[in-house]
Ligand binder design. Structure first.
Ligand SMILES: Cc1cc2nc3c(=O)[nH]c(=O)nc-3n(C[C@H](O)[C@H](O)[C@H](O)COP(=O)(O)OP(=O)(O)OC[C@H]3O[C@@H](n4cnc5c(N)ncnc54)[C@H](O)[C@@H]3O)c2cc1C
Length: 420
């Protein structure tokens, strides 16, 4: 039966859950379709849990092409593209190179700031509404620099751009850095501190939001795989699933790295590559950390989550697969003692690596907006390294788009039709 103002959210990751929340808050009748069961893995679960307004520079930035080419030759590097003849990857790489320039960063950075700052405020609201259920902490973020050259690079790069955009970045020497984390020994030349950043425990957030959505009347259809669409006169009439054809007034594409394959049969192009990352969580770390940190030269994220301590990183474009490259996991393990001399590789023995696939658009900007060809199909995917951070604002923007209201953040650079 068709219901008025009904919306089907296609994919139950963190972005899908947040879309469901803001749509339900507006009185929409919402169903979330998810191919896996309620107890499941998705990309946010093993993430670093950062809510990061400090991440104002898109992945496609000057220097990244040259750096990427150098790293491509090294399977242990932080960023790795598995060389292969794949037309989607070739097109994605060409679009990435086209965006990796100063003009793009200057246009993209204020939009990323607006998205992340607005989302952080929405997390604060959600934290209040849910009774502080997901360990949301406003401790800031420390970008640790092992070397003076690294600190200089951060100070003149990210920190300068962030400060110009009104996102406070403090340059700290080794003693000032140590004073912010007195419980641990750090072997660094200094750091950049971003007081506005926050972090949370992702599985708690997903669990809490799912429970809240159920209370709000959102329906979940677990173990339901989307494989096609029925269209009628420029609109989506139904989504075809393993549970049959499901009708709705509006459809929201929240399939993460699988979003392009979910569009099969619609003739829509959404360049996206899966960027695999790994994390390792120490259940009983030997010291207490209060602030999340990034080991900048090695691109390793470190997050305290409850009593545990998580280390995550690497960006591996090797297609959609669940192959764990142990040499890349080892790269994380080997990097940790360089910054945290109290830890050794032995601390990680027996810890199972988690992996997740970040949905990465070639210009480093998410896809948020209606498709021109099917006006009742809206994209909310491609958030790459910022899918946790941007999930609430993405949900709010989708609700605003569907209601025909002025969006809270300018959407031009996020248009899903930009590569059509
Ligand atoms: C190591 C690592 C660390 C990270 N750290 C951070 C961080 O600190 N901060 C941050 O902001 N971001 C971080 N990220 C990125 C963030 O985790 C992702 O951007 C985000 O989780 C993507 O969410 P999503 O909902 O778009 O996609 P997904 O979580 O992939 O959700 C998509 C859902 O769609 C479902 N689906 C797929 N195909 C179908 C189908 N055919 N039918 C039905 N359902 C389907 C999938 O099962 C899945 O549940 C990190 C990622 C990694 C890997």
């Amino acid at each position: 039966m068709r219901e008025s103002k009904s919306v089907i959210v296609c994919g139950g990751g963190i972005v899908g859950l947040c879309c469901a929340y803001y749509l339900a808050r507006e009185g929409r009748s919402v169903t979330v379709l998810e191919r896996n069961g309620e107890v499941r893995d998705h990309c946010a679960l093993g993430s670093a849990g950062y809510v990061s307004p400090s991440h104002v520079i898109p992945l496609a930035a000057p220097g990244m092409v040259w750096q990427g080419l150098k790293w491509m030759l090294n399977p242990r590097s932080p960023f790795y593209i598995k060389p292969r003849l794949d037309s989607d990857l070739l097109r994605w790489s060409w679009l990435f190179m086209r965006s990796a320039n100063r003009a793009h960063v200057e246009r993209a950075a204020p939009i990323l700031r607006d998205l992340c700052v607005a989302s952080r405020a929405l997390f604060e609201e959600l934290d209040d509404i849910t009774g502080h259920a997901f360990e949301f902490k406003k401790e800031g973020l420390l970008n640790l620099c092992k070397t003076a050259a690294g600190l200089d690079h951060e100070a003149h790069g990210l920190a300068r751009i962030a400060n110009e955009l009104g996102v406070e970045a403090q340059i700290l020497n080794a003693a000032q850095t140590a004073a912010l984390e007195p419980g641990i020994k750090l072997d660094v030349a200094g750091s950049v501190y971003f007081p506005i950043d926050a972090h949370l425990t992702p599985w708690r957030f997903a669990q809490t939001l799912t429970a809240l959505l159920k209370e709000m009347g959102v329906r979940f259809q677990w173990n339901t795989t989307i494989f096609g669409w029925r269209t009628e006169a420029g609109r989506i009439a139904a989504v075809q699933t393993t549970a049959g054809d499901l009708l709705a007034d509006e459809f929201v594409l929240t399939g993460g790295s699988w979003a392009p394959s979910m569009l099969t049969g619609l003739g829509l192009r959404l360049p996206l590559q899966a960027g695999k990352g790994y994390s390792l969580t120490l259940p009983q770390p030997r010291f207490k950390v209060t602030k999340p940190m990034i080991c900048t030269e090695r691109r390793i994220a470190v997050t305290p989550m409850g009593d545990t301590l998580r280390f995550g990183g690497t960006m591996e474009l090797s297609g959609i697969n669940h192959h764990v490259r142990l040499e890349r996991v080892q790269q994380i393990i080997d990097s940790v003692p360089l910054y945290f001399p109290e830890l050794t590789a032995a601390d990680f023995s027996g810890i199972q690596p988690w992996h997740g696939l970040r949905p990465v658009a070639p210009d480093g900007m998410p896809y948020l907006g209606r498709f021109n060809r099917y006006r009742n199909l809206t994209a909310a995917c491609g958030h790459a390294m910022l899918g946790v951070t941007m999930a609430p604002i993405s949900g709010l923007l989708v609700a605003e788009i569907l209601a025909g209201r002025k969006p809270s953040v300018a959407l031009q650079m996020l248009d899903p039709n930009r590569y059509a």
